[in-house]
Write a protein that binds this ligand. Structure first.
Ligand SMILES: [Fe+2]
Ligand SMILES: [Fe+2]
Length: 232
């Protein structure tokens, strides 16, 4: 990662504004797909966690919108309404185990990892706006991973192994679909001072760590609560 860019820098302001917009759009979509899933959650534990998450994501959207207004950038949405609809339909159609893998491993865990990497490069106001959302994401990831472990434990060993072996390809195809939306992720990250190739390597490492957490026989991840891990 490079040196922090100045908030006075117009390129930084525009790009950070767009990244904030992207994060807000994704949070809103997560709120919607979790609300949708609430009606056919497999049990009460899942219902309660999904309901909490709907509330959390709604709060994140409010915080981010408020901050974007103060920040002064007027970003336009990066994901089109048609793409948003495709995303909703995609998640709605997924069986529970695939929903857990795609939403929690890919979107929540890897997505918030990317956001975390931006925090040290961000101006103080943006950093503060990300503090509560990123702390909540830890809870969402902990829920998703523990439920996914539970689902995997129910599968016969061979099926479980196949599922885990296919997980990297699954994540890659979701990432490809996202890149296919035409969001200029690399240039946005670079404009706020991030080393994009290094970021991709860190995301690969995080992916391996997550798959290890899901591999049967290893210790389950300890539940994390909304503690402030994001350095202020
Ligand atoms: Fe969120
Ligand atoms: Fe979340």
């Amino acid at each position: 990662m490079n040196l922090q860019k100045s908030v006075e820098d117009n390129g930084y302001r525009q790009s950070m504004g767009q990244l904030l917009m992207l994060y807000t759009q994704v949070d809103r979509l997560i709120m919607e797909v979790c609300a949708q899933r609430l009606t056919d959650a497999p049990d009460e534990d899942a219902e309660l966690s999904l309901a909490k998450q709907v509330g959390d994501e709604s709060r994140h959207v409010t915080i981010q919108r408020q901050w974007m207004r103060q920040f002064g950038a007027a970003p336009t949405p990066l994901i089109t309404p048609e793409q948003e609809q495709m995303i909703r339909e995609y998640f709605h159609a997924l069986p529970w185990i695939d929903f857990l893998a795609d939403l929690y491993v890919c979107v929540e865990a890897l997505g918030s990892e990317a956001v975390e990497r931006i925090v040290p490069l961000a101006d103080p106001g943006t950093r503060e706006s990300l503090r509560i959302p990123l702390a909540d994401e830890l809870d969402h990831v902990a829920f998703g991973i523990s439920r996914l472990r539970k689902e995997l434990a129910r599968l016969p060993k061979a099926e479980r192994q196949t599922f885990l072996e296919r997980l990297p390809a699954r994540i890659e195809s979701l990432a490809d679909a996202f890149h296919g939306f035409g969001v200029p992720v690399r240039s946005l990250f670079e404009a706020v001072g991030a080393d994009y190739d290094r970021l991709c390597e860190l995301l690969e490492d995080r992916q391996k760590e997550l798959i290890a957490e899901l591999t049967f026989g290893k210790q389950p991840p300890q539940p994390t609560h909304a503690t402030a891990v994001v350095s202020a």
